[in-house]
Write a new protein. Structure first.
Ligand SMILES: O=P(O)(O)OC[C@H]1O[C@H](OP(=O)(O)OP(=O)(O)O)[C@H](O)[C@@H]1O
Ligand SMILES: O=C(O)c1cc(=O)[nH]c(=O)[nH]1
Ligand SMILES: [Mg+2]
Length: 194
């Protein structure tokens, strides 16, 4: 699958949104990739995650465990793991901090890749990687469907992506006037209260 094929999947799923969005990092952007519109279609999800699994195999070799940050990473993590013949587990926030819960464990010597849906600043990915360092296993690197940082996000480990885009994102006090004029929405799950 070429980057354009992947973007076409997002486009035809209606997942390329324009407006005023507050991202997980607190940055504001005129573009949001609503990955859940892709993941609600299992056939579409299968196509993109099979392509990601192929890239992961090429970059890292065999993988035993895929670990993803909830919520957005769970579906692509599972589907990518299916193509890799790996287990799929996830970290979720406990008092705001990513941890492995539910009795999930990584065996000594397991080959581990972190799979994220979208990377913007890399903050969620780095938080997930920090959680993983508390556990056994060999961390091979990270992977995501779309890196919207234009390759600038630094995870401290290698990152493979299906698509690299450079999408503008602004600090709240640096908004261009046309963006500030639009009402802002915050689609992600960080800071949601139950
Ligand atoms: O690289 P970053 O700046 O961290 O941004 C990308 C993260 O933002 C989204 O998660 P979010 O926290 O919005 O919640 P979600 O996974 O429930 O969508 C997305 O799923 C990534 O995890
Ligand atoms: O940075 C984010 O929070 C983010 C950006 C994006 O395009 N899609 C998404 O789900 N999260
Ligand atoms: Mg997320």
């Amino acid at each position: 699958m070429t980057p354009n094929d992947v973007l076409d999947e997002f486009r035809s799923a209606g997942a390329l949104l324009e407006g005023h969005f507050i991202l997980s990092s607190g940055l504001h952007s005129p573009v949001f990739l609503q990955k859940m519109f892709v993941f609600q279609d299992p056939a579409r999800t299968e196509r993109v995650c099979r392509a990601l699994a192929e890239k992961i195999k090429e970059a890292y070799g065999p993988v035993d465990y895929v670990v993803s940050p909830a919520v957005g990473g769970i579906v692509p993590g599972y589907e990518t793991a299916r193509h890799l013949g790996a287990k799929a587990i996830f970290v979720e926030r406990e008092n705001g901090v990513f941890v492995l819960r539910r009795g999930f464990a990584i065996p000594e010597g397991a080959r581990v890749v972190m799979v994220e849906d979208i990377v913007t600043t890399g903050l969620s990915s780095r938080e997930c990687l920090t959680a993983l360092r508390e556990h056994p296993g060999t961390l091979l690197g990270a992977a995501c469907l779309i890196d919207r940082s234009g390759g600038k996000a630094d995870l401290g480990v290698p990152l493979v992506s299906l698509v690299q885009l450079d999408i503008p994102a602004y600090a709240p006090d640096r908004l261009p006037p046309e963006l500030a004029a639009l009402p802002a929405v915050k689609p992600g799950s960080r800071s949601l209260k139950s």
